[in-house]
Design a protein around this ligand. Structure first.
Ligand code: KIV
Length: 272
């Protein structure tokens, strides 16, 4: 069998668990569309998150609150069509699960049936216990999300580091243990002190995926548009930019405009 026809081994929640157990770090990035998801998957990313950050980077909203369930399903189905290997996890958007656990399950079922994704992610701890229990008992894998939970931005008031104080750190640890006990397969820890990220990761047997939670978690996630430098004016300390695509795309566009205006494009080889 040639390398190109070799079947791809899909990443599952069981594989992520085994990665934690052997100390292999998990890589995760966001994806919202077919083209980008295909590139990230071909590069070998373990998990693709169809994050509600699509509300910010794709739709230009200030917060993640406006994105709808229908819009999340549209993004998720585009990502799923591109992916051969990665586990695809979809955020339950604001307003699609807070009402009650039946609403949470109904939203999850729509995501799973209409997009073909493999798991959902949900923000919160104790307050969403019933929803997590109901979704998992329906057979859908759930990823938790603790620390800075952007859907609660108006409660927090700012995007600064969470759980620096003892009481909030204690609640976060209790929530992490609860989510694990309920059967979550992994937990995102967003913007918390590195020492707390380490403590929670050592305390849990399921994987933790950090974003601004230091190096001693079981995996890392970034918003792809931030990592590639497509977003311009966002410089949190935790972000490493691997490209400056905003500048590269702008320069290429300026070059194209110049070629069109000067009649240089198309040339003889670029016409019929
Ligand atoms: O929506 C998102 O992109 C996220 C990540 C920041 C973890 O939830």
């Amino acid at each position: 069998m040639s390398a190109s026809t070799k079947p791809v081994k899909r990443v599952t929640t069981h594989i992520l668990q085994a990665m934690k157990e052997r100390g292999e770090k998990i890589s995760m990035l966001t994806a919202y569309d077919f083209s980008m998801a295909g590139i990230l998957d071909a590069a070998g990313i373990d998990v693709l998150l169809v994050g509600d950050s699509a509300s910010n980077v794709m739709a230009g909203h200030e917060t993640t609150l406006p994105i709808t369930l229908d819009q999340m399903i549209y993004h998720a189905s585009s990502v799923v069509r591109a992916v051969k290997r990665a586990l695809v996890v979809v955020d339950l958007p604001f307003g699609s699960y807070q009402g009650n656990s039946k609403e949470a399950l109904a939203s999850t079922i729509r995501i799973m049936k209409e997009s073909g994704a493999h798991a959902v992610k949900i923000e919160g701890g104790k307050e969403i216990e019933e929803s997590v229990r109901r979704i998992i008992s329906a057979g859908v894998p759930v990823m938790g999300h603790l620390g800075l939970t952007p859907q609660s931005i108006y409660k927090f008031g700012t995007y600064t580091v969470r759980a620096k104080e003892e009481a909030e750190a204690r609640k976060l640890k209790e929530d992490a243990l609860l989510l694990q006990e309920l059967g979550c397969f992994a937990i995102v820890l967003e913007k918390i002190p590195a020492a707390l990220g380490k403590e929670v990761s050592e305390m849990l047997h399921i994987p933790t995926i950090g974003i601004g939670a230091g190096p001693d978690v079981d995996g890392q996630v970034l918003v792809t548009h931030d990592m590639l430098g497509i977003t311009k004016n966002f410089h949190p300390r935790f972000l490493r930019r691997y490209l400056e695509l905003y500048d590269a795309i702008k320069e290429a566009t300026e070059h194209y405009i110049k070629d069109v205006k000067e009649g240089d494009f198309p040339n003889e080889q670029e016409q019929y």
